[in-house]
Design a protein around this ligand. Structure first.
Ligand code: IPD
Length: 300
C-alpha cells in the first residue's frame, strides 16, 4: 500500500545507499578499465554500472513492493516502457551524471522518485561520492543528511527574493544534444543569461546573472536549488527519471517547478509534464520578472 510513505522513504534511502556502494565500486573499476559505451552519440554515455545499479534497484523494489510499477532509464532505453498509470510507480535513474561518473567528477547521484496517481510524492537523491542524501515526501518537507548526520531541513538558508535574474546563480546544462542548432541556441541562451547587456553584448534581453553553473546531474542541480546553493536551474532535454525525485525535494523546499510543455504545476502532474523534457526550478516563487526572463530562454 502507499499509505505509509515514511516506511517507503526508509526503504528507499537504504536502497540508495546500497546502490551508492555499487556506484563507488564501479567508479574504481571504470578508472582502471575505461569501459564505456555510447547510446546515441559519443557524449551520451552508458556504462555497465548504469545497467547493474538499475537491476539491483529493480529487484529490491520488486521484493519489497511487488505491486509497484517501475520506470528506469536503462530498461526504458532497452524498450521496456510501461505506461504511466495511477499505480505507485518508481521512476529511477540509476546513475544520474554518467559523464561525471566516467570522468571521476564527484557529482553523481542515484535518483529514486515515487509517483502515485500520476503525482511525484516521494524522492530520494543520493550522491555516494560526497555522501549527501536528499529526501522528500510530499507535504512533509525535504531534508539533506550529510555524511550520515542528522537530516537538516531544506532549504538550508532562507530564500532571497529574486527581483530579477541578474543576481542569480543559475544552473544550465549542455546535455547530449549537440547539433549546431541545439548547441548554438543553448550557447545563445547562456550568453543571454550571463553576458553583460551593456558592454557590446549583442544578445537582446541579457540579464547578467551572477554566473552559470553545471553540476552535470539534473538530480543534483534540483537538489542544489532545493538546498539554496543555486537560485535557478533550467534545462531542456531532461527525462522523467532525471527530475522525478527532484520535483518532490524541490517543491518541499518551497521551490517553484515547471516542466514539460505546460505552465506551472498546480499540484497535478500529467504524463506529458513528467515526460516532457524541459524543466525549470526556481528557488523562490518566481515573480513575473523572473518568469519573463526565463520565458526569454524558452526560445531554444
Ligand atoms: C543526464 C544528466 C545531465 C543532463 C541530462 C541528463 P544521465 O542524465 O543529468 O546533467 O544534462 O539532461 O539526461 O544521462 O547522466 O543519467
Amino acid at each position: 500500500s502507499i499509505t505509509d510513505l515514511r516506511s517507503i522513504l526508509e526503504f528507499t534511502s537504504t536502497l540508495a545507499r546500497e546502490a551508492g556502494d555499487l556506484i563507488l565500486e564501479g567508479s574504481k573499476a571504470i578508472a582502471a578499465s575505461g569501459d564505456v559505451n555510447s547510446k546515441k552519440n559519443s557524449v551520451d554515455l552508458v556504462t555497465e554500472y548504469d545497467v547493474r545499479v538499475e537491476e539491483l534497484v529493480r529487484e529490491e523494489i520488486k521484493k519489497a513492493y511487488p505491486g509497484f510499477q517501475f520506470i528506469g532509464e536503462e530498461s526504458y532505453s532497452a524498450g521496456v516502457r510501461p505506461d504511466l498509470t495511477d499505480d505507485p510507480t518508481f521512476c529511477v535513474d540509476p546513475i544520474d551524471g554518467t559523464t561525471n561518473f566516467v570522468h571521476g567528477f564527484p557529482f553523481v547521484a542515484i535518483s529514486l522518485g515515487l509517483i502515485y496517481k500520476k503525482r511525484p510524492v516521494l524522492g530520494v537523491i543520493y550522491n555516494p561520492f560526497l555522501d549527501y542524501l536528499y529526501t522528500g515526501i510530499e507535504g512533509h518537507g525535504s531534508y539533506l543528511s550529510k555524511n550520515k548526520q542528522i537530516p537538516q531541513k531544506l532549504p538550508l538558508s532562507a530564500p532571497r527574493p529574486l527581483p530579477s535574474l541578474s543576481g542569480a546563480l543559475i544552473a544550465v546544462e549542455w546535455g547530449s544534444a549537440r547539433s549546431q542548432t541545439a548547441a548554438g541556441s543553448k550557447a545563445e541562451s547562456f550568453l543571454r543569461l550571463a553576458g553583460d547587456p551593456n558592454h557590446a553584448n549583442p544578445v537582446e534581453g541579457g540579464r547578467m546573472a551572477h554566473s552559470l553553473r553545471s553540476l552535470g546531474s539534473a538530480a543534483l542541480n534540483f537538489s542544489m536549488v532545493a538546498q539554496g546553493g543555486l537560485d535557478v536551474y533550467w534545462e531542456i532535454g531532461c527525462w522523467a527519471w532525471d527530475v522525478c525525485a527532484g520535483i518532490v525535494i524541490g517543491q518541499e523546499a518551497g521551490c517553484y517547478v515547471t516542466g514539460g510543455h505546460d505552465g506551472p504545476r498546480d499540484g497535478n502532474v500529467t504524463p506529458e509534464i513528467l515526460l516532457g523534457r524541459k524543466y525549470l526550478i526556481v528557488r523562490a516563487i518566481a515573480d513575473s520578472e523572473t518568469e519573463k526572463g526565463i520565458d526569454a530562454q524558452k526560445r531554444i
